[in-house]
Design a protein around this ligand. Structure first.
Ligand code: NI
Length: 177
């Protein structure tokens, strides 16, 4: 188990497209996922993409546990998603606040597709195929963007809605992803 350093915005490795995973169920892939899980948990993240710890592979993880203090943040099961393909199920875009472990201490209002289908594989190479909406869809779009070198500030439409978390939401504890 290892908590890895999370790269911060400005590091060129966060802007590089990630390569597809070609070998599933390997010791290297298992170790990568353990490290990503430990790092996300240690930093109270909602999600993490492999490029954020300097590994240029198409691997993301995410999880949002139900929290009665934040009824708007729906429960998202812990998921390892490899080589994801996203298909928008609606042209409707929803604005929502996002944070990111690579952009610590900040939040921005980001438009995302309200509903989407995502396909990919788990760590053993078993196919995943889910249709989701709301916060679950948002988290997946955020993480998949990391695999294409896109950080959420690049998607903010109006930079007046980008700022420091403790100023925008004083007294709240919010997850980063
Ligand atoms: Ni992020």
């Amino acid at each position: 188990m290892a908590i890895r350093e999370v790269l911060k915005m400005g590091d060129p490795r966060l802007l590089a497209p990630a390569r597809p995973v070609e070998e599933f169920d390997s010791p290297e892939l298992t170790q990568l996922i353990v490290d990503m899980h430990d790092t996300m948990r240690a930093l109270n993240g909602a999600g993490l993409a492999a490029p954020q710890i300097g590994v240029g592979l198409q691997v993301v993880i995410f999880e949002v546990a139900a929290n009665p203090r934040y009824p708007d943040a729906e429960n998202v099961p812990f998921t390892v998603l490899i080589n994801p393909v996203l298909t928008a199920l609606s042209d409707v875009m929803e604005e929502g606040w996002e944070g990111c472990l690579s952009v610590p201490g900040m939040r921005g209002l980001v438009p995302r597709h309200a509903a989407l289908r995502y396909q990919g594989f788990d760590a053993a190479g078993k196919p995943i195929d889910r249709s989701v909406n709301g916060f679950h869809a948002r988290v997946v779009q955020h993480e998949a963007d990391h695999l294409r070198g896109i950080l959420y500030p690049m998607r903010i439409r109006d930079l007046r809605y980008f700022g420091f978390t403790d100023t925008l939401f004083p007294g709240q504890t919010l997850l980063d992803d």
